[in-house]
Ligand binder design. Structure first.
Ligand code: ATP
Ligand code: MG
Length: 164
């Protein structure tokens, strides 16, 4: 699945990967503004904590990042609307984006499951941007934290250093 997605994304030329220094506070704000009416329509209370004075930057593709958020917000509307609550946070100190809901949890979603392409694409895109999403989900809701992926320690590099 991952291979197919990356292949499609990279070869279609529709969504070429164009990383650039991206103001995350600003990007999340714009995304929340775009989704606000959809949340309101479903009577989902939006508890938003976005910094106004500070922000942080990730070397990311803003279009891909927006798609990642689109996926998460759409999932709340589709799978967690009954929780009537969404919490969206940009944590400048820890450099995290947090999206949480009070829905039934990922294992308990009674709604029709789609192809599950949303989250595969999300994980693929984040990986490419050297970011990652940590999911915590139980019957009280789902929480996703997006942050920098820690670089993998390369054992060969360690060996080289000790040998030098
Ligand atoms: N916030 C959420 N609350 C509860 N369940 C969720 C949530 N997000 C995802 N899920 C569960 O995880 C599954 C996979 O999500 P994913 O976004 O990959 O697929 P989808 O939304 O069903 O379809 P699509 O490919 O159109 O996005 C969903 O079908 C749903 O069961
Ligand atoms: Mg989805």
């Amino acid at each position: 699945m991952d291979d197919l997605l990356s292949y499609t994304l990279l070869t279609s030329g529709k969504h070429p990967f164009e990383p650039t220094s991206t103001d995350i506070g600003r990007l999340v704000r714009a995304s929340v503004a775009a989704w606000y009416p959809a949340f309101e329509e479903k009577e989902i209370q939006l508890d938003v904590d976005l910094p106004t004075e500070e922000t942080f930057y990730w070397e990311a593709d803003p279009k891909w990042m927006t798609r990642v958020l689109d996926n998460l917000f759409q999932n709340i509307l589709r799978h967690a609307a009954e929780g009537k609550y969404a919490n969206i946070v940009v944590d400048v100190e820890q450099e995290l984006i947090i999206v949480a809901d009070r829905g039934p949890g990922m294992d308990n979603s009674p709604y029709e499951h789609g192809a599950g392409i949303g989250l595969s694409t999300l994980n693929y895109m984040l990986k490419k941007m050297k970011l990652k999403a940590d999911f915590t989900s139980n019957e009280n809701g789902t929480r996703v934290a997006i942050g920098r992926a820690l670089p993998k320690v390369n054992p060969e590099v360690n060996t080289m250093i000790t040998e030098m």
